[in-house]
Design a protein around this ligand. Structure first.
Ligand code: ATP
Ligand code: MG
Length: 361
């Protein structure tokens, strides 16, 4: 596999001023050292709770915000070192599909103006004329070119997202960064848009970074998966590896909550984590736990991204963290203590071997 996009130790911090006189400055560490590889013609799913930094990473990758530090390479070229012409080409090569097709399309512009706008912005006259090019793009995404004069409100949510995709494709990009592209759509329509993205990928050789909190959707579309927590990637790998053999406790917790439509629903309460035996049914949501692990209910909100925990960012909520000193010396045989749930891990996640402070009892 050949990488089309590589991200190396990417950081995006937002400075915040606090205090009465707003003199002290700290930072929201929205993206805090992310490394990823997207292979050509493949889909990399990026999952994680709300606030984990997915959209921030997406915005940096499409170039609407500069990174604080780190490298982004497209086709092996460091984007910060491109010539002016190279930067212009880059803005064509990497396009974004947004979450909400209701707010991301200008209601005062016709579909033909929306889809054709990238040509105007980039000063491009497509062969055969803009009108024909827009017609072709609409056909490509399964819309009737005769409807090009209509306005966004005359389309359904799924059709609007097709308009957004047509617009993103106008400049023949290599990479689409899709930020929750189906989250705002009815479940019945989500599948159609996912199928369209898959067809377009096969037809045009596109590569996708696909951001979502719905692990079911990601499992369907992604070849590779990265799991983000508090600005960092805690686990990444091929789709089957991650879904069938998750190593990181946070991934296991997310996956154990998959039967619930919105995984974040289960990820709230008060401090720590509890693990319910397999086969139990949640009294509130009615959802049953799947797999051998049972439902892992993460309690409490993630720590603040202004002051994230050192080492593994998940350790403050991790039921395995207290076993870490032993885990570090003997990862393969480490067992959770008797009073901790045994999750049947084949091995303690290697990611925990780094730098995690022992927790106070
Ligand atoms: P969601 O699933 O809700 O879309 P996300 O994973 O996309 O969440 P981000 O929107 O990237 O998360 O936000 C990551 C963190 O960065 C959050 O704590 C957010 O409040 C903060 N953040 C995002 N944009 C800014 C900004 N412009 N200024 C300051 N903080 C920001
Ligand atoms: Mg987001």
């Amino acid at each position: 596999a050949e990488p089309v996009l590589e991200v190396r130790d990417l950081v995006k911090h937002y400075p915040v001023r606090n205090g009465l006189l707003r003199r002290s400055v700290s930072a929201v560490k929205a993206v805090d050292g992310v490394s990823l590889t997207l292979d050509r013609g493949r889909t990399l799913g990026l999952v994680g709770e709300s606030g984990s930094g997915k959209s921030t990473l997406a915005r940096v990758l499409v170039g609407v915000e500069p990174p604080t530090s780190g490298q982004v390479l497209v086709d092996g070229e460091d984007v910060s070192r491109l010539s002016r012409a190279g930067r212009k080409q880059l803005r064509r090569d990497v396009q974004m599909v947004f979450q909400d097709p209701y707010t991301s399309l200008n209601p005062r512009m016709s579909v033909s103006e929306i889809v054709g706008e990238p040509f105007a912005i980039h000063g491009i006259s497509p062969a055969g004329g803009r009108r024909a090019a827009v017609g072709e793009l609409l056909e490509l995404v399964g819309l009737d070119p005769d409807h090009a004069a209509r306005y966004p409100h005359q389309f359904s949510g799924g059709q609007r997202q097709r308009v957004g995709i047509a617009r993103a494709l106008a400049l023949r990009p290599k990479i689409l960064v899709c930020d929750e592209p189906v989250s705002a759509l009815d479940v019945s329509v989500q599948g159609q848009v996912i199928n369209l993205l898959e067809d377009l990928q096969a037809e045009l050789g596109l590569s996708y970074l696909f951001v979502a909190h719905d692990l079911g959707v990601v499992r369907h579309i992604a070849h590779d998966v990265a799991v983000m927590y508090l600005g960092r990637i805690v686990e990444q790998g091929a789709e089957a590896e991650v879904y069938d053999g998750a190593q990181h406790p946070y991934t296991q917790a997310l996956l154990s909550a998959v039967p619930v439509p919105d995984p974040s629903v289960r990820l709230v309460a008060t401090g720590g984590a509890r693990v319910e035996p397999a086969g139990t049914t949640d009294p509130v949501t009615g959802a049953g736990a799947t797999g051998s692990v049972g439902a892992i209910v993460l309690e409490g909100d993630p720590p603040s991204p202004v002051d994230p925990p050192s080492g593994c960012p998940f350790h403050t909520r991790c039921w395995l963290a207290p076993t870490l000193p032993e885990a570090r010396t003997e990862p393969a045989s480490a067992q959770p203590p008797a009073d901790r749930p045994d999750l049947g891990l084949r091995q303690v996640p290697t990611v925990c071997e780094t730098d995690v402070p022992a927790l106070a009892p």
